[in-house]
Design a protein. Sequence first.
Length: 194
Amino acid sequence: MGAASARRGSALAVAAAVAAVMWAGTAAAAVYEVGDKLGWTIMNNPDYASWAKSKKFSLGDTIVFTYNKQFHNVLAVSKADYKNCDVTKPTATWSTGKDSVVLNTTGHHYFICGFPGHCAIGQKVDVPVLSSAAPSTAPTMAPTPSAAGRGSAGRAAAAAPSPHGNAASTLGCSFALTIAASVLSVAAANLNLL
Ligand SMILES: [Cu+2]
């Protein structure tokens, strides 16, 4: 157990703290690819319900729709329009082929493809965002000292005169006087000698 191992130990602690901060950072804003490797499509029977169930969406997370824009797009729709695959009145539309959508409200976010028939054969996803995002990491209130304790301590500090200022100047004065006295006595001694 030398200084080297102690240093290694604290280095590890720092690394762990950094890793924890980084982990917290990524956990706070995850990015999810809709459909994972399949993307946003009707090919290969993607199961977007299972995909959504396999994730845990939090406020601030981003979902990314990746698709061929010649064949698909993304419409944000109401719950009713999601159920009925009604593409006529979306609340938002994306069509670049690589669209990031930030989940900035809690509750369900409904998306469907606007191309004819695609929603009906399963190109639709219901993304639920939980309202209670990570309650365990919420900051806790620091314990406050009791009112009685703080009161008496405050009064004691206020009642006690600040001794330092006066004492210091007194010491300074007597020190100067001592020097003056010794200078005078040396001068007097010199005078005697001469
Ligand atoms: Cu489509």
